[in-house]
Design a protein around this ligand. Structure first.
Ligand code: WT7
Length: 653
């Protein structure tokens, strides 16, 4: 019998019909190449400036960039008011779909404008002024977006904290930013159950010696009982609806801070990544227009991220709204009440552009294609992926099952720090290789280099790959402007690896493919990527050693078919805990990490070991632990103090 072999394509050219109508053309690259700064000036003019900028980029104080120098604008005005003024007030801005089935709201741009103005007036009444910080700790309800825009309108920085994070994570972020206000909800729905959220805020604030928070504003969502502090706590529905719907937006400097977003670094302390106004909004708007090929009159766009992550900031709030898009915002999880939910939502609203994470694509694969095939998904014309490298198998499945094997896929590489997409195909232009984010977008420059900064050569498609560091060798408008309160850490973290060349080092390893396209391989530092969420090994280690029974802990990310990476911990217990069984201890530790950080950070495995592998200088050899976690033969152990320690570790696995 002969085996039949079906060739799977390795290159997916854009469909002709898509290309003919695409926002992007090949010329965009040439235009940006010819005069990069003129190109960005043109993109900035997508926005309404109250005072035009006089200089595109001031890079004299590197690594602290200033974009669109001298320009003044109001970010919220750009996202809301100007669409109403242009006659599009009746266009739907948000089709909101609550977790409980049947719970839905439609919000037009005119309605959104009134809400944002009311909220801005109410927040001013409560004492906020430009430059203040506000923590937003909310599920995916429309008020969360309104709150972000109201802050932007006032020149107040928001710091959105993912509502799945623990009270202690919220406390650390409120404290670091000295937030004057927390905006939250009474509770949130988790798979049909209402659970408290406000109680977590109280916990967080009670743990602060000297709380900077003057008010906690509470949106009613689940109507469950909440603890209340008279004088400090305020119901949203008692202050916002009563406030006037007229509010004159003030124009702020292009470099006026817009938001802080905390993300994990290589130490246990999260970094407050700082973004500013003009450059950030320019690149958010530009990339959303070209990468998602947005046609605001006809498309229904859906990004499945949460506003707790940068994807939600840039591709739910600032990108789509600045472009006058109509979008779906969904409150719940993909399996509530059944695995059909996302497909039902696509069908219900006629979603045409769908942007999600590889981990969710793999979940859908696990559930089976029959679920998708039970629905009419013919409205979909473009798919997107973000958060981690998408494996070619998932890429093909996504295109076949969601896209009927005809929709382009944009695999967008970027980071909290980059603010907006950096490396991605342009739909209608790029022929894609599944698994590769392809080329830097027009206006963006990236390189893959070796230890000495020499650019790598393309790798063949098969055989040995040469891998290197992914660097951004030219500044870009939505780049981070610093780490809140820690300029040295900013320079040290991102600009010291290739200080001589003045490049930004992203922390990712990558290689060039045979056509010079970029394949991002993942983090090379001590940062893990769990379902597209960034968690540092140090954060989890510090949660583990925070338990009274733990003497020492080492954490590594091990590859996982479902979540990309999974957390694998090795702990040494203190002697007095010998009375508790190891199983009990491991259960307790997993719960502790979940409480301290988030359920996302709960280790997949915790191994109680007698010793950890260390070098003579006392450094834990994570590389070797990763070998153990992934069941590989051990790499070079010659620098270990006691190579025998692995026998003991293996025995306890
Ligand atoms: C890290 C940034 C960007 C929003 C979500 C994550 C990894 C992100 C891709 C992609 C390969 C990717 C990188 C990056 N990553 N997108 N398309 N292909 N890797 O934001 O939490 O700041 O994490 O996510 O490792 O450095 P983040």
């Amino acid at each position: 019998m002969t085996e039949t072999h079906t060739e799977v394509p390795t290159l997916y050219p854009p469909p002709a019909e898509f290309a003919a109508n695409a926002n992007a053309t090949e010329e965009l690259y040439a235009e940006a190449e010819a005069d990069r700064l003129a190109f960005w000036a043109e993109q900035a003019n997508r926005l309404a400036w109250q005072t035009p900028f006089s200089e595109v980029l001031d890079w004299s104080d590197r690594p602290f960039a200033k974009w669109f120098v001298g320009g003044k604008l109001n970010v919220a005005y750009n996202c809301v008011d100007r669409h109403v003024e242009a006659g599009n007030g009746d266009r739907v801005a948000i089709h909101w779909e609550g977790e409980p089935v049947g719970d839905a709201r439609t919000i037009t741009y005119a309605e959104l404008k009134d809400e944002v103005c009311r909220a801005a007036n109410a927040l001013t009444q409560l004492g906020l002024v430009a430059g203040d910080r506000v923590a937003i700790y909310m599920p995916m309800v429309p008020e969360a977006i309104v709150a972000m825009l109201a802050c932007a309108r006032l020149g107040v920085m928001h710091s959105v904290v993912f509502a799945g994070f623990s009270a202690s994570a919220l406390r650390a972020r409120v404290e670091d930013a000295a937030a004057k206000m927390v905006i939250t909800t009474d509770g949130q729905y988790r798979r049909g159950q209402a659970v408290s959220l406000k109680a977590g805020v109280d916990d967080a604030l009670a743990g602060l010696d000297d709380s900077p928070v003057e008010h906690v504003v509470v949106v009613r969502r689940t109507s469950i009982d909440v603890p209340w502090t008279e004088g400090r706590d305020v119901w949203w529905d008692q202050v916002v609806p009563a406030a006037p719907a007229e509010h004159t937006p003030e124009a702020f400097d292009s470099e006026h801070p817009l938001f802080l977003l905390y993300t994990s670094g290589t130490t246990g302390k999260p970094k407050g990544i700082m973004h500013t106004s003009g450059g950030y909004l320019t690149q958010a708007s530009y990339t959303h227009h070209y990468v998602f090929d947005l046609k605001p009159e006809s498309d229904v766009y859906w990004c499945t991220a949460d506003i707790g992550w940068v994807t939600g900031h840039t591709y739910i709030v600032y990108g789509p709204l600045s472009n006058g898009a109509t979008q779906v915002v969904y409150e719940g999880t993909p399996a509530s009440p059944t695995e059909h939910r996302h497909f039902e939502v696509i069908e219900k609203y006629g979603v045409s552009i769908y942007y999600t994470a590889p981990t969710l694509v793999r979940t859908f694969m696990k559930w089976g294609r029959e679920i998708a095939f039970a629905h009419d998904l013919s409205s979909l014309r473009l798919l997107g992926s973000v958060g981690e490298p998408i494996n070619p198998e998932a890429w093909r499945w996504y295109r076949l099952v969601f896209g009927n094997d005809r929709t382009p896929i944009v695999d967008t590489w970027w980071q909290t720090e980059t603010g907006a997409a950096m490396i991605s195909p342009l739909p209608g232009v790029t022929s894609c290789k599944p698994g590769s984010a392809m080329r830097p977008l027009p206006g963006i420059s990236a390189k893959i280099v070796d230890d000495d900064g020499n650019e790598l050569a393309p790798s063949p498609d098969h055989g040995e790959h040469v891998t290197g560091y992914l660097v951004l060798d030219k500044p870009w408008p939505s780049m981070l402007r610093g780490i809140w309160g820690d300029p040295e850490r900013f320079t040290e973290t991102y600009w010291s690896r290739f200080a001589e060349q003045g490049w930004y080092f992203a922390g990712d390893g990558a290689r060039y493919g045979s056509d010079g396209e970029i394949w991002v391989l993942g983090r090379i530092d001590d940062v893990m990527n769990i379902s597209g969420h960034r968690i540092s090994t140090a954060e989890v280690e510090s949660a583990l050693v925070g338990h009274s029974g733990v003497a020492e802990a080492a954490v590594v990310g091990a590859s996982d078919d479902h979540t990309g990476q999974a957390i694998c911990a090795f702990v040494i217990l203190k002697a007095h805990h010998a009375d508790m069984s190891h199983e009990q201890m491991v259960d307790e530790l997993r719960a502790e990490v979940s409480r301290e950080i988030s359920p996302i950070a709960k280790p997949r495995e915790i191994h109680v070991v007698p010793e950890l592998p260390k070098t003579r200088s006392g450094k834990i050899m994570r590389r070797l632990l990763r070998d153990v976690a992934e069941g590989r033969e051990l790499g070079d152990t010659s620098t270990l103090v006691d190579p025998g320690v692995f026998e003991a570790i293996r025995a306890s696995k």
